[in-house]
Design a binder for this molecule. Structure first.
Ligand code: UD1
Ligand code: CA
Length: 464
């Protein structure tokens, strides 16, 4: 869409978001794993605009960093030191526009449900005209600016809810806060704004009446309600996040071929990818760039953050963070995979097993009640019930190595640093403080003593 090379976007993201009652700038709050301003930038990406200027102000450095992370081509930020309204924000942005730009697409940073086709339609509505804006008809238009049309159906003015008369408030067509305006006309109109309104701010919305007054009517592109919802408080944030999650699940079900047993209890962030024929069972939460392979079964009740799950793996009732789970591996129920866990093909991590910074080789099994931290476990290893890597002495962390084919018996303490050689056996109940050579049996526990008849003598002493 390189025909938009002479159009720049100006994204308004300098406001505090007072209605959020938050110490974090509103546009940095996340919905379905992405910041509000990040969602807006993603909607812009496919349009191929010549430039994207983001106006930052409140928590400018943090917002600018989030904006840069989106890595949209042609991106710059400008700082609006004091926030005197949406019109003021655009005034601050104008000097940053590049030479070749002749048209400006203005949009707020708090409308995460917006999609690229809606913006493309708005740009098309402005073709051959000075300006166009996006509107929608809402069942409950409370809080939004109302669209006042003239006899020809063009927009004559926008009046803010708080400045509107009862008659104007009855209008159900609202201003989505998105406009396309020719650069020169915008420049002139911005210079004519005043603060004659309830908030004493420079309202961008007044540009519409200024243009209409000059015989440059503003066309309206009407879109659906769920594209334009502005997120001004936390209830609206939750509602928008639910829509975003549902859209992503619909995409996974309809276009990829993923089974989602219960969409209502399945939370999948928008940047999570899931393979064909995977199954997401109820209570599954997939966050921050998680990848799920084909035919994998995740859940019920698994919470994965930044994880890589291989094809045909199962991950049942598990918490995992920054873990790689190999093809055909089985995890859970009730496993805890902490950062740096890498599980090999066909490996198994079972109930109440915890791993951290641990590589578990292909086909190795840790079926129950174990802690493996700072460990390298080879292929075909059996780690029996109750095994613990004693990796921390109160001062430093040390590493445990268990080589291919070893068998570590139940309730073994591996006091690191320690190595169990390939094919070795460790007797149950051992506390290993020394390396075990390959192929050896290690027994590191007190020898058993049996005292014949002891129990009867004891009972007699107590008259039992
Ligand atoms: C605005 C519109 C309203 C429209 C609604 C759509 C105005 C005066 N009103 O109201 O007609 O129905 O959006 O959602 O434009 N911002 C700045 N600098 C400022 C002030 C705001 O960058 O000085 C940014 C905010 O961070 C936000 C965006 O502009 O991302 C919109 O501001 P907000 O206060 O949310 O405007 P609304 O009251 O929602
Ligand atoms: Ca808003």
């Amino acid at each position: 869409m390189s025909d938009h090379a002479r159009t720049a976007a100006v994204v308004l993201a300098a406001g505090k978001g007072t209605r959020f009652r938050s110490d974090l700038a509103k546009v940095l709050h996340r919905a379905a794993g992405r910041t509000l301003v990040g969602h807006v930038l993603e909607a812009l990406r496919p349009l191929g605009l010549g430039q994207v200027v983001v106006v930052v102000g409140h928590q400018a450095d943090e917002v600018a960093a989030a904006v840069r992370a989106a890595a949209v081509p042609g991106l710059t930020t400008v700082v609006q030191e004091e926030q005197h309204g949406t019109g003021h924000a655009v005034q601050v942005a104008m000097p940053a526009l590049a030479d070749g730009i002749d048209r400006v697409l203005i949009l707020p940073g708090d409308t995460p449900l917006l999609t690229a086709p809606t913006l493309a339609a708005l740009l098309a509505a402005a073709d051959g005209r000075t300006a166009a804006m996006l509107t929608a008809r809402l069942d409950d238009p409370t809080g939004y600016g109302r669209v006042l049309r003239d006899a020809d159906g063009d927009v004559a003015a926008i009046v803010e809810h708080r400045d509107a008369t009862a008659e104007q408030r009855a209008v159900d067509e609202i201003n989505a806060g998105m406009y396309v305006v020719g650069r020169d006309h915008l420049d002139v109109a911005l210079g004519q704004l005043d603060t004659d309104n309830d908030q004493g701010e420079l309202y961008l919305t007044d540009v519409v009446a200024i243009l209409a007054g000059k015989g440059e009517p503003v066309a309206a592109s009407v879109t659906s309600e769920d594209e334009v919802a502005g997120v001004n408080d936390r209830r609206q944030l939750a509602a928008a996040a639910a829509v975003l999650r549902r859209r992503h699940l619909d995409h996974l079900m309809a276009e990829v071929g993923v089974s989602v047993t219960d969409p209502a209890t399945t939370h999948v962030d928008v940047d999570v990818r899931v393979g064909r024929d995977a199954v997401l069972l109820p209570g599954t939460i997939l966050e921050a760039g998680t990848r799920i392979g084909e035919r994998a079964v995740v859940g019920p009740n698994s919470h994965l953050t930044a994880c890589e799950v291989g094809a045909d793996a199962t991950v049942h009732s598990t918490r995992a963070d920054q873990a790689e789970i190999g093809d055909h591996a089985t995890v859970g129920p009730f496993s805890h995979l902490r950062p740096g866990t890498r599980l090999g093909v066909k490996s198994k991590i079972g109930a109440f097993a915890e791993t951290k910074n641990a590589t578990i080789g292909d086909g190795s099994k840790v079926p129950h009640l174990a802690y493996l931290g700072d460990a390298t476990v080879g292929a075909g290893v059996n780690v029996a019930c109750g095994v613990i890597t004693v990796n921390y002495d109160g001062f430093t962390k040390s590493h445990t190595t268990i080589e291919d084919g070893a068998f570590v018996g139940c309730d073994t303490m591996l006091v690191a640093p320690v190595t169990v050689g390939a094919g070795a056996f460790v007797a149950a109940g051992s506390t290993l403080t020394e390396d075990v050579p390959a192929g050896a049996l290690a027994i590191a526990r007190a020898r058993q003593v049996n005292k014949d008849g002891w129990a009867a003598r004891r009972r007699e002493q107590h008259g039992a």
